[in-house]
Design a protein around this ligand. Structure first.
Ligand SMILES: [Fe+2]
Length: 171
């Protein structure tokens, strides 16, 4: 289903999230950057994009879905909350100065989990939102989401010379 204009700012964030997750994995697997530097970039992306994005979904989108159709929204919003909680716990472990082996494992696992979470939201959560929230309800979210969704930033993990970005998979 084509993304409703009101949800486009969140989908832009998702696109950036997928790029960040993929570059993080490639940077670790190919040794592009030392782990402490990747952890600093993780912290920056978390603070500038991921946390404000999670909050926009939790405070603007979730209540609108709940109000429109609690039965359909319930299990999807439960999964949304659980996955956000898991990712936040993982952020705490990454920033708690783990050993290099633990940091490597946590960041790789974070990359995998963030990718799966974004695909769930695009394929299931947002599709359901567009089915259950009536068009005028979606329109009404536009301004709040425009304000709450963080502006996309360039990915701080740069591709090394000669490396090419893998073809983008669709959501
Ligand atoms: Fe999201």
């Amino acid at each position: 289903m084509k993304r409703h204009a009101s949800l486009v700012p969140l989908s832009h964030n998702h696109h950036h999230g997928l790029v960040f997750a993929r570059r993080l994995r490639l940077a670790i697997e190919n040794g592009w950057e030392p782990l402490p530097s990747l952890r600093d970039k993780f912290r920056r992306v978390w603070e500038a994009e991921l946390e404000p994005h999670f909050q926009a979904e939790e405070t603007v989108l979730a209540p609108a879905m709940e109000a429109a159709d609690p039965e359909t929204a319930g299990p999807l919003l439960k999964r949304l909350a659980e996955e956000h909680a898991t990712l936040r716990e993982q952020r705490d472990r990454v920033l708690r100065e783990p050993s290099p082996d633990q940091l490597r494992a946590e960041l790789l696992d974070f990359s995998r989990r963030l990718t799966a979470h974004i695909r769930f939201e695009e394929r299931e959560l947002f599709e359901a939102a567009q089915r259950i929230v009536p068009p005028e309800g979606l329109e009404a979210l536009a301004e709040a989401l425009e304000k709450a969704a963080p502006p996309p930033q360039p990915c701080p993990i740069e591709l090394p010379p000669g490396a090419s970005e893998p073809t983008e998979e669709p959501f």
